[in-house]
Write a protein that binds this ligand. Sequence first.
Ligand code: HPA
Length: 267
Amino acid sequence: MTDGATLASLIRSRAGDEPVRLGLILGSGLGYIAHQVDGTAIPYADLPGFPHVGVSGHNPNLHIGRLEGVRVAVFGAREHYYESGNPRAMLLPLQVLKELGADDLILTNAAGSLRSDIPPGNVMLLSDHINYSGLNPLIGEKTDARFVPMTDAHDPSLRAALRAAAQAQGVDLPEGVYCWYSGPSFETPAEIRMLKLLGGDAVGMSTVPEVILARFLGLKVAAISTITNMAAGMSDEKISHEHTKAMAPLGAAKLERILREFLRNRR
Ligand code: HPA
């Protein structure tokens, strides 16, 4: 098994030695943003141990270079738990990110909304999450480092910077609680009613294991959802992966403006 340090030197040999400042993981329908990075794209297939991503609408390349003048590592795709039943699938990519010098990580995803005031086409900043899957990527870790505190897991300073970036761009960025359901089947209307009672604002099939892994590795992390649909039972629209991919670009344009402004402020 390749370790993060070995992979990081392989990546540096192709993309240059300059340290990376920030990592970005792109969700369903958002992978195109990676192509805007001015630098080097490395297929995951060239990076031993990297996930085999089989979800359509994802871009399985690691893009290292500059976005708005900031040296970034953009992961064009993630492996979801539902692909192989491995909640640790993104551990190695995040170890590599850390080895490349990053302190901060921004996660993005496509999600269903539980809030009628946050309809499709909007973006939502995660204030917190509910790990409704009951799974944990740190199960099996052997040291006390596994007891990761999750208070303020969604970093207050990164969130403030993202809120400020959204405001400067005139993009509405409500904050809410994201619930992780394993997928790949979508939720039932009864499950969505339950998640609302539990305090959820959005639901999706990713991100939470990566937040846990990022905190484990000492990366600061924040996450933004693009809302692609109202959750099951909340509207007449039919929920499907095709629909997710078709709707993601609506929120993606807003997401991109927020991210670019956020990066410009970090030059
Ligand atoms: N549920 C779970 N994951 C999702 C949804 C949803 O409604 N929409 C996009 N990803």
